[in-house]
Design a protein around this ligand. Sequence first.
Ligand code: ADP
Length: 500
Amino acid sequence: MEKTTTVAVDSRVEVFLHDGPKKLFIGGEFVESLSGRTFDTTNPATGEVITTVYEADKEDVSRAVEAAERALKGSWSKVTASERGKLLWKLADLMEEHAEALAQLETLDNGKPIQETRHADIPLAIDHFRYYAGWATKIHGEVIDNSAGVNLFTYTRREPVGIVGQIIPWNFPLLMATWKLGAALATGNVVILKTAEQTPLSAIYLAELIQEAGFPEGVVNIITGYGPTAGAAIVQHQRIRKVAFTGSTEVGKVIMQQASSNLKRVSLELGGKSPNIIFPDADFTKAIPGALMGIFFNQGQVCCAGSRLFVHKKVFDNVLSDMTSYASKLKQGPGMDESTRIGPLVSDKQFTRVSNYLQRGVEEGASPLTGGQPLDTNGFFIPPTIFADVQDHMSIAREEIFGPVVAAMPFDDEEHITDIIRRANDSEYGLAAGVWTTDIRKAHKVAHALEAGTVWVNCYNAFDAAVPFGGYKQSGFGREMGSYALELYTQVKSIWINLD
Ligand code: ADP
């Protein structure tokens, strides 16, 4: 029998999961939804209910806005920049103390392997708050020498936007919450954040730490609920001044339309169908594991997944054969097993969606070299799948699958990169791209020509709080992370003073 190394559930997770339905965090308190309605959250490895959470709706959003507004005009306005930084740092410290509980909750709720939550999701989330803690004291306006009058003194201030709505997806629940909260809080905004209905737990746990860190009540409000109800209420609320969204391109379009009712600022981080290009001069010891990780990390449920793999025809067969052999040995199982490298997909809905693409790929003439069939268990398992015989026009090569499925295609113009650039850019998406080559000139030329917000050369899925991330084309707009995210959460005021 295969050895399993199932993680013992942390006592803090036990307590968290068994002390009644999880409440909304509004105005510094944990409260029931006004309707009293709840919904279940399930373990994707088994399909079983983990726990129940309160379901927020429009009236809860209004209540959160009231609390946020009180904080904005009251307590939060008296907190200095340095104190804001300290609060974020304190929160990061608390997350570090609770890292194992957070990692386990994320794995239970989302399905992703504990090795990933322990070593990627949680440390990145902690680091993100520490990075923005540093920015809190560095938000400056400037003094401007104007030519309108010698005695007219002009300067600018960078002020918070005010009440901000943030809507996050289920693929990196805690990390996406921190990406949203870090820059918004460092710059002095107040927030209503809605989790994805599939994965509410780690953000509710985070809310407990926010309370413990000592943020004034109402500065951060975290609600759990569905998109078309609670999410739409955030987007339509007249006193919310900005909405930041990460999710599908389809929903991003709806949000942009609805946000126009009060001209909310909008930033959108949406879908992708990222090209990953392996040239024949690549270092294959890096390119092959890189291409595998580029698509199979987080079960392929990554907006920037390298889901269109272009491999030069000279090396296509060898690269694909190595990738296939590796992918077929990746251990798939429940995320709570330490030896698991590929977990289940997040939900039944996602399982059905990806299963349909597997079928469609075959119907369109592609051949799975490995995987291709959903597993027959109670969990939502799809094996790592590599499709060959793919044409650029097939749906598996054009549409975002959001699963562990890569469409591999050969290309053959090594010297003149025009054709592969054209094919790589032939997509409505433009989130990310990968390039594998040892020729530095080619690397830069291709990186410049790709229509994508991020290009990784000889690496993939590298992230850091200091480096901006966001899309070109229908992958969205606005940049999260780094100094760029500060733009999303501040507005500039020009002040004129007549010294006469
Ligand atoms: P998926 O289809 O993969 O679940 P979505 O883009 O639908 O991804 O969901 C991302 C986030 O957007 C979730 O928090 C979801 O609740 C929210 N959402 C979905 N529909 C809407 C909507 N109409 N308005 C606001 N938020 C929405």
